[in-house]
Write a protein that binds this ligand. Structure first.
Ligand SMILES: Cc1cc2nc3c(=O)[nH]c(=O)nc-3n(C[C@H](O)[C@H](O)[C@H](O)COP(=O)(O)OP(=O)(O)OC[C@H]3O[C@@H](n4cnc5c(N)ncnc54)[C@H](O)[C@@H]3O)c2cc1C
Length: 518
């Protein structure tokens, strides 16, 4: 049932891939959280959701565009792609009570087929949800409509062109990140975009959600990498990005970056690429407190040198070794990574600054451990869910001056809304000259209503984020989960602008209804 290019059903990996829980965590769960293992998940062909069937005329029109074999109405295929990979999504899959289910999964082969599918959808008033890797954690794949299609972009999986002189490449939207890197490596290049969802997320998904990877300090966010895009809309094609920089009016690329399928379907992305690094070095540094570590991270972000990877766990996360195998001697772990043609000089210069800021060098072992386990967290979440513990994350960003207040406000809101006992871990995951992002992880027992309980806690955290001056999302996007807070963030006029754009590009309102635009 499981397809290699998709994360698992009701989990991230296969049951065999679940990571054994670290001793400290397993002990805590047993003694403090008193968790009990849940019932096994239902299978995707046993979900119980009734949705209107695809009308025969629409099915014939779609089959005429993509071929009948690329229009699937099989229940398991539809269920597998019906939601993303947030913990509530996994819970819905476990119980089979999905909040939405597409009437069909349609897989076009190229840009022209995407355009033609959109025309069919507009004509038949059929909503359409573009899907890349299906790793959304913000409800980006769950529209607020009964009948819809999932537009599976997996067949758009080619490296279209490489320009080694300009160091750009054109990648089709459905390329999963590892395959994109494999193809670029044949030309001596890398993207340098390594989010934790790297194994399954796609190029189009990165652009549509303005993703940010673990090496963002060195390579930048995904939106920094995008030079141009081709977008299919129900009104036709838009191509953006004629030059590396331009003063020709507002930048239309920015309109489609983060548009989450609500304005069009991104079919290819022109990205800036970098030479494959010849050397990599990851180190651990210990700081006495999160405040001290954050000051050091700010110093590097503002005054340099800027490493490729820069992350700082708070005291609790360091203790649990969630990101870097904690040493159990208190303080906070910073992971500093350097990638490039040669890294010794950068590492030495960075070390001098970190020492000046009170950092204690832990050598490469904690850094290498972090690198070796950088994709473990979702497999660990599977193990926690199997044990009966609910683990979920949320993220935000703010200017440096607002960061300490934001950190405290989110923790307070979560603790006030979560049952006792619960754990809240945090790390700084991305840094900028002007600020940084905070990434929180929550662990608690299932209780009677795990999803409702999480939704209450998440709403409280969202309120706290907006009140403390943070953004509702630094890299996960808006989807349905953040939509109401996003509206607060951009204000009523901002919402009207987005609605006007959507009306113009998608007059029949078929593109991902309810996602992003309130
Ligand atoms: C375990 C885990 C870890 C994660 N870690 C990170 C992280 O480190 N950094 C990060 O940024 N994010 C992270 N995410 C979130 C997620 O992986 C990103 O949002 C990613 O960019 C989504 O890519 P995707 O291809 O899976 O998109 P999907 O989930 O398929 O789609 C996401 C949204 O974009 C739309 N969309 C997808 N493709 C297109 C397209 N071609 N054109 C128009 N719209 C489209 C969809 O309709 C949906 O609204 C994580 C998620 C999980 C489950």
């Amino acid at each position: 049932m499981r397809e290699e290019r998709r994360a698992g059903w009701a989990r991230w990996g296969t049951p065999e891939q679940a990571k054994p829980l670290p001793e400290a965590v397993a002990g805590l769960l047993k003694q403090v959280f008193e968790v009990t293992p849940p019932a096994p998940a239902v299978t995707p062909d046993a979900v119980a959701v009734s949705v209107p069937a695809l009308a025969e005329q629409a099915r014939a029109a779609l089959a005429a565009v993509v071929g009948a074999e690329h229009v699937s109405t099989e229940l398991a295929a539809r269920a597998l792609l019906a939601s993303g990979k947030s913990t509530p999504d996994l819970f819905h899959q476990r119980t089979g009570e999905l909040p939405a289910l597409p009437a069909a999964v349609v897989a076009p082969a190229d840009h022209d087929q995407v355009l033609a599918v959109l025309a069919v959808c507009a004509e038949h008033r059929l909503a359409v949800v573009p899907l890349g890797g299906g790793t959304s954690v913000v409800g980006g794949l769950t529209p607020d409509t009964g009948g819809y299609l999932t537009l599976d972009l997996r067949r758009l999986d080619r490296l279209v062109a490489v320009d080694p002189v300009s160091r750009t490449a054109v990648l089709q939207a459905g390329l999963p990140a590892p395959r994109a890197d494999e193809l670029l490596a044949e030309h001596g290049f890398t993207l340098g975009h390594v989010p934790q969802s790297y194994e399954y997320a796609t190029i189009g998904g990165f652009a549509a959600t303005r993703s940010s990877g673990q090496a963002s300090a060195g390579y930048g966010r995904f939106d920094d990498m995008v030079v141009g895009m081709t977008v299919a809309t129900p009104r036709g094609t838009i191509s953006t990005g004629r030059a590396p920089a331009s003063a020709a009016g507002p930048d239309l690329r920015r309109l489609f970056l983060g548009s989450e399928g609500a304005f069009g379907v991104i079919t290819d992305v022109t990205v800036r690429v970098r030479p494959l690094p010849a050397q990599r070095r990851y180190e651990g540094w210990r700081f006495e407190s999160f405040t001290d570590g954050a000051a050091a991270a700010r110093r590097l972000a503002q005054d340099g040198p800027r490493p490729t990877v820069l992350r700082l766990s708070d005291e609790v996360e360091t203790m649990l070794g969630a990101t870097g195998r904690g040493r159990g001697d208190g303080g906070c772990l910073m992971v500093v990574g350097h990638e490039g043609a040669s890294v010794d000089r950068a590492a030495a210069d960075t070390a001098a600054v970190l020492r000046e800021c009170g950092g204690q060098e832990l050598g490469t072992e904690p850094g290498e451990q972090w690198a070796a386990h950088r994709f473990d967290a979702p497999y660990l979440r599977d193990a926690l869910l199997d044990a009966g513990a609910f683990a979920e994350t949320l993220e935000t960003a703010a200017f440096w001056s607002a960061l300490p207040g934001l950190y405290e406000a989110v923790r307070e809101a979560l603790f006030a809304a979560l049952p006792v006992p619960s754990m809240v871990l945090c790390h700084i995951s991305h840094v900028y000259e002007t600020g940084a992002s905070l990434y929180f992880t929550v662990v608690t027992a299932y209780g009677d209503e795990p999803v409702a309980r999480w939704q209450r806690a998440k709403a409280a955290a969202n309120d706290a984020i907006i009140a403390a001056g943070g953004t509702i999302s630094h890299h996960h996007g808006v989807g349905t989960e953040h939509r109401d807070w996003f509206a607060q963030e951009i204000g009523p006029l901002g919402v009207d602008v987005l609605r006007a754009v959507k009306r113009e590009l998608d007059p029949a309102r078929v593109l991902n209804p309810g996602i992003l635009v309130p």
